[in-house]
Design a protein around this ligand. Sequence first.
Ligand SMILES: Cc1cc2nc3c(=O)[nH]c(=O)nc-3n(C[C@H](O)[C@H](O)[C@H](O)COP(=O)(O)OP(=O)(O)OC[C@H]3O[C@@H](n4cnc5c(N)ncnc54)[C@H](O)[C@@H]3O)c2cc1C
Length: 585
Amino acid sequence: MIKTYDVVIVGAGGAGLRAAVEIPKEYSCAVISKVYPPRSHTGTAQGGVCAALSNMEEDSWENHAFDTVKGSDYLGDQDSIEVMCRDAIRAIIELEHMGMPFSRNDKGLIAQRFFGGHTKPEDKNDPYGKRVPVKRSCYSADRTGHVMLQTLFENSIKNQVTFYSEYFVTDLLVENGVCKGVVAFDIANSEVQIFQAKAVLFATGGYGRVFRITSNAHAGTGDGSSLVYNAGLPLEDMEFFQFHPTGLWKLGILVSEAARGEGGILKNKDGERFMARYAPSVMDLAPRDMVSRAIITEIREGRGIRGSDGTDYVLLDLTHLGKEVIDEKLPEITGFARTYLGVEPTTEPIPIQPTAHYAMGGIPTNTDCEVLLNEKGDTVKGLYAAGECACVSVHGANRLGTNSLLDLVVFGRRGGKAIAEFLKTAAFSDISEKADEKTRELIDRLLTSAGNERAVSIRTELQNNMMEDCGVFRSEAGLKKMIVKLEELKERYKNISIQDKSRVFNTELVEAIELNNLLNNAEATLYGAYNRTESRGAHSREDYPKRDDQDWMKHSFAFKKDSGAPEIKYKPVVITRYQPMERKY
Ligand SMILES: Cc1cc2nc3c(=O)[nH]c(=O)nc-3n(C[C@H](O)[C@H](O)[C@H](O)COP(=O)(O)OP(=O)(O)OC[C@H]3O[C@@H](n4cnc5c(N)ncnc54)[C@H](O)[C@@H]3O)c2cc1C
């Protein structure tokens, strides 16, 4: 039987739920999520969500927009960035009115703190002169994503959304540029279900699980981007993947940038505050791409600290902040350091290393979250995307801290609004009763295959090699090596089998399907990285260390081919008021 809804939203993180809140009650709306909604990765976000509220000091949305453009290494589309930064202030007040419990300053206003790359001009009359850090990130201690997700979950229940929790979406039904719905299976019993919809919004999050060390939840396997890519639609700017400088050593669990926002300092083995050499004006508050490169450089040049397992780290020192500040403002992340590394952050520095964190690239959309059919800007009718899986592009080549939670609420809402408008005239497209055949076959094949490959070994090799050859630093030789490896893994994937043959909560089945999605995301990332012969933002080519605005001020659009490399086309960057400059901090 086909289930029919006016709108189907895939993903119950911040972006999906913010969109769900916006759908008028007269339309039926289903939210499908492979995890129970409040377990979405948004719930782990720690540090904050930014807007130029000026609650702590004078600020403006134009300051925020300039920082975002510069942070993006001039690859972000400036029209989209202006939309986001201008709307940020309203979006935060709206969250407050929905019931989100923000931390407060002593005037009772929403408190704000420093975050990397968020600055303002030292002299107001010289907007492009020297810039100093500004307190722009609103927060709830270091559990900002948790309270945001709970707030949006409650509000979407109030809005009478129907939830399909622990349903796994396996197919996107797009034909001749029109979206008709999706296919999913219920993880509890593996029953396959067709969802017919006038509009579908993908809010499926990131794909950090492509890398060995990552801050991302296990569910961060890029399913949405993979399904779009498989449907013949492009993925944009996939070569730009952000490594967050401070993951707990070996584990990758995030230590929010809020730790440095509150005054934490990075040190090498000699106790030197090394960021002074790399970003003299903002030091530890430089953007993430720069800090991650600085850490790896320190380690490569022998100034890291060698751990018992032979891997290296540097130190994040919070000891001078005092127990009171740590307990009030950074309770969660310091708890992680105690629990997982046995380190007491009030008296000892925390061992950290860069961790794969955020996908700047993804499913290309316009500012109304309509998914693009091609690099010319044509759109797919009835298909929308928002949040980390989407690429609007506001983050360009490198995202600033706390701009993602903002992206979720600004573009989640815009997507919801655009869908509500579309529904006024939209009709259902015909859908075949057999639209679920591909998924049924996939599940049957995996459950009965006698192949000799295991998902876990392919995944481990993928993650180790991507970390090594397509991580913070990249080079032609490493990327070529990785391409050979990826093609081998794709071949081996065809021969996988799973040991658990049951249809009840078969997590091995889920992981096998997720692995194919990881391979797709890795493919677009890797070939994009190989293709782009410059260094910009998070994409750092050792053999092409300079940014090349002459040839590369453009977005890449990767289209999947039957085998081997994707076809890559280009779309120009939108520039409104900020001309590219050298990026120095
Ligand atoms: C540890 C950590 C800390 C962070 N801290 C901050 C911060 O302080 N500030 C900030 O701005 N950003 C932060 N970020 C980034 C930000 O949290 C994420 O980019 C953002 O939350 C992603 O939200 P989303 O709604 O796009 O997707 P997610 O919250 O990742 O949700 C994805 C949803 O899609 C569903 N889904 C995926 N695939 C399928 C499928 N096949 N079938 C059905 N459902 C599916 C999942 O079940 C889930 O509900 C942090 C990220 C991490 C990992």
